[in-house]
Design a protein around this ligand. Sequence first.
Ligand code: NAD
Length: 498
Amino acid sequence: MKVTIIGTGYVGLVTGTCLADFGLQVICVDQDETKISLLNSGGVPIYEPNLAPLIEKNITAGRLTFTTNLEKAVKESKVIFIAVGTPSNDDGSANLTQIEEVARQIAAYMNEYKVIVNKSTVPIGTATKIKEIIDKYQSEYVIPVSSSVIPAKAGIHPSSPSPLRGEYTQNFLPLRGGRAKVGVKHPSVIARSEATRQSQPTSKPFDFDIVSNPEFLREGSAVYDFTHPDKIVIGTESDRALKIMQEIYRPLYLIDTPFVITNPETAELIKYACNAFLATKITFINEIANLCDKVGADVHQIAKAMGLDGRISPKFLHPGPGYGGSCFPKDTEALYRFATTCGYDFKLLKGVISANKRQRELMVEKIKHHLGSDLKGKTIAILGLAFKQNTDDIRQSPSIDIIQLLLKEGAQIRCFDPLAMENSRKVLPTLTYCQDEYETAEHCDALVIATEWNQFRNLDLLKIKKLLKFPILLDLRNLYDPDKVKVLRFIYEGVGRK
Ligand code: NAD
């Protein structure tokens, strides 16, 4: 079976590569020409453990290709996955512009029955919206004479954004019910279109089904997560589409992966509910840690005891500078906004969002507690820029947020991250980027561990101490045992334990 993945980012590239490894023929499409050229020349635009060799393996096997040609990909594929971004609007709601554009493009290029699978994280009702867009735009586009499709002529639907970014301006004419639309003026175009209609009548609208298939992979272990998921959620009203989805995921049935088969709305809400719950769990233990800081209790002991309770589980009970990344912050905001538009004040989630923002500020307070309230003229060493270990992704990274707050207070920053320095340079070009942990520490007033990279767990602390101006270690990920660090005569503070 041939499938297309539209959007070759973290989710799309991993999904496409893993599906190719399941034996499917996969075309990964992206509008970003640089990304596609890089992939076609053997490069990989993101870091994910084990992703690069898997891409190479499947390209070599002839199962995985990369292109910017969405038209060809849509026409050749029975199943089309959407994995484009759903960033936040200014008010926190999900911005669906990319999804809507892709839906219009699919409509324009459909040439037979398709299953359209949404993997992006979206508000409830988006599957219906995609269906409506495809229904609407299918009726406004004809099968191309040669290789392209033209949108309804400008002026016919002035309020409709161009599905094709205004690139297609000739050759084809939109038809509805076999008639040229009112407003089409150029006679030669009408003549050509009429000829086309007679010789090659359009079969549109083509049948299609929508599936909501949210993705739960974690950056940093995305390939493993995709191939060993806790669950697969399939939301569809169509038995035909369900059978096709089950065929796609057949290798996962063989390893007994649980499948949750439901309607699209429920599938969409499952994804938001999972992310909001995990964000809440992280925030909860952060709140407990902050309380520990006040009373001298040890949050690690508390988290351990809580995790031993089978009803709670030990996962996501690691205190730190607050959740970050491309998903939790935007998805919690989007769910909160969505609930509000439904007339529901989701108070718990509102509290989580605001506590998580405050957590960054509390980390800066911690630093100031040891360095003094005036950070002007102080140089701080920051270890870790990525939002978590094993990724180069700095989107909504707590480290980046904390650095920005420190810069505002006049501090100088020296920093190091094993993978995320290139991305960080793009948003924070003025920092001093160092070769390694030790160069970072040189002549600094304090060392801050901001990301939980494994290589930061076994630093030569005596060497670090000699390099620092003052032996202050602020361990925002609780990587070190406070007693062991204090023996080395460091001033040490973690999150929720001293
Ligand atoms: P991303 O920004 O890394 O990738 C999105 C890609 O879509 C980009 O390469 C962009 O160029 C491409 N794109 C946008 N519009 C396009 C168009 N019209 N045609 C072709 N390509 C187009 O995003 P991501 O992190 O992969 O996330 C994608 C979706 O999956 C989001 O909704 C996100 O919330 C969700 N999600 C992400 C993760 C994660 O860990 N990153 C996990 C689960 C779900």
